[in-house]
Write a protein that binds this ligand. Sequence first.
Ligand code: KG4
Ligand code: ZN
Length: 335
Amino acid sequence: MAIILGIESSCDETSASICIDGEIKSNIIAGQAIHANYGGVVPELASRAHQQNIIPTVDQAILQAKITKNDVDAVAFTRGPGLLGSLLVGTSFAKSFALARRIPLIEVNHMQAHILAHFIDKPKPSFPFLCLTVSGGHTQIVLVKDYFDMELIGQTLDDAAGEAFDKTAKILNLPYPGGPLIDKYAQQGNADAFKLPEPQIPGLNFSFSGLKTAILYMVQGYLKDNPNFLDENLADICASVQKRIVSILLNKLKKAAKETGVKDIAIAGGVSANSGLRNSLLEMGAKYKWNVHIPQFEYCTDNAAMIAIAGYHKFLREDFVTQHIAPMARMTVES
Ligand code: KG4
Ligand code: ZN
């Protein structure tokens, strides 16, 4: 039997999870509401909150899994990418826990873990599969050849899809993180109310900065004539923006599927919680006869269950690290 404790602290979510023989038994997530006051994650505040949250979060994960600390066989933690101060809290905790209990330490790449979240529930994707990873910091199309053998075949040249949602929300005077709110308002709006441009980027890469500027100019233009423009049109703007972001993402995913001939298609990362993206991907999957893989909501945004499952697969390979390991703010999905 293998019991893995997973720790995630790369951004503004402190999370701990217990995985027993590949099954997730607990996934505790402590969010940090404080950042909403600042319109984005404040790194210093995030590190402090991780420091406060980490011990109670781990205790709760262990309690909910009905085990004790002594039962844990290995600790897996997010090494990067992420905010260095945040990563340091999880890394230091994991190192101390492993050292005190003389158990193996496993480093996990956060971007790989978002993709490996697909191995938590059934049906699991079969290799090779394509994964569109869309989060606050990344927008990538990854060809997943094996658990830890991934090739980046497309990525954003500027903003990430999550940033496009969050920056739009800021223009609309909505609090951070704006993605879930835009999703909510979009459900009551007319997605054809406002026409927004689709960038013409060659290959499998993305760009979202032009869209953000177009939204800003559009809103400023309407506000000149009508100071109540935002209040009166919020749902329609959100629906139109969401429709355009989703079409940018899915058109490239369709292209990647065509070029690689791969039919197992997955989405991962915080933006994969978006209802418009989930619904449109299901429709596209039915049309092109893809096997579509969409994670449960709790495994889309940052969570330690994905770290624990990735850690479990490294445990099986005895892929351990020593106490010399340090967090890394920058890591690619291929590393
Ligand atoms: O993966 P994640 O939790 O953290 C990062 O590693 O970045 O992703 C967070 C991002 C934020 O930009 C947030 O606005 C976005 O995911 N997000 C959504 C939704 N839920 C979270 N964007 C659109 N629709 C949603 N329902
Ligand atoms: Zn993430």
